[in-house]
Design a protein around this ligand. Structure first.
Ligand code: AMP
Length: 197
């Protein structure tokens, strides 16, 4: 059982790593971006509201995102643990998540940050744009998403670092090697916690 967060700039391979790491720990990977994309595909009201922001690389307003996540965390499969991907993205969302977890008598075990240099990020995102045809993977939108990451999400890493639960893993290289390094780092943190270190 583990309650985890994965952090990293757009294009850092977060989503892919989240799937593999979550499978290892037998917990659901919960991606707010994927939840939004499902709403958009299903043409729900929430999807219509979110897509206007997503298409421009902007954050969807906190009240929408947080309400959606709260509902997802209430589903049975998230009761024993989860790996959040794409949330929290701002320090306000850090506080909102704290509140959600406190309400449930839960706490985070670790926040894993993937680091990738800027050149590689841009390359990867442009490649993904061609492969997956995501409407938010055009050059100006990518730039905006990277800018928002630097401005608003970097402080989230700092917040978890100050709490002593931030783990950093190099996100460049072979997918399998990165997954292994991430799992080892998380297992190390869980073991330490178990002995109360
Ligand atoms: P992602 O798949 O994580 O890159 O998210 C795709 C898009 O969904 C983002 O660019 C935002 O528009 C929106 N989004 C996802 N998660 C959040 C969040 N925690 N807060 C605000 N917007 C979000």
């Amino acid at each position: 059982m583990a309650r985890l967060i994965i952090l990293g700039p757009p294009g850092s391979g977060k989503g892919t790593q989240a799937e593999h790491i979550a499978r290892h720990f037998r917990i659901p990977a919960i991606s707010t971006g994927d939840l939004f994309r499902t709403h958009v595909r299903q043409k729900t009201e929430l999807g219509a509201e979110a897509s206007a922001y997503m298409d421009h690389g902007e954050f969807v307003p906190d009240h929408v995102t947080t309400a959606m996540l709260r509902q997802r965390l209430d589903e049975d499969d998230a009761g024993e643990g989860f790996l959040l991907d794409g949330y929290p993205r701002t320090v306000i969302q850090v506080a909102a998540l704290d509140e959600m977890l406190t309400d449930r008598g839960q706490a985070l075990d670790a926040a894993l940050a993937l680091t990738v240099d800027d050149h590689e990020l841009l390359d990867r995102m442009l490649r993904r744009a061609q492969e997956q045809g995501r409407s938010d993977d055009t050059a100006p939108v990518i730039r905006r998403r990277l800018e928002l990451y630097r401005e608003h999400t970097r402080p989230v890493l700092e917040a978890y670092s100050n709490r002593g639960i931030l783990l950093t893993v190099n996100g460049s290289g072979e997918r399998e090697a990165i997954t292994e390094a991430a799992i080892a780092a998380i297992e190390g943190a869980l073991a330490k916690k178990a002995v109360g270190a």
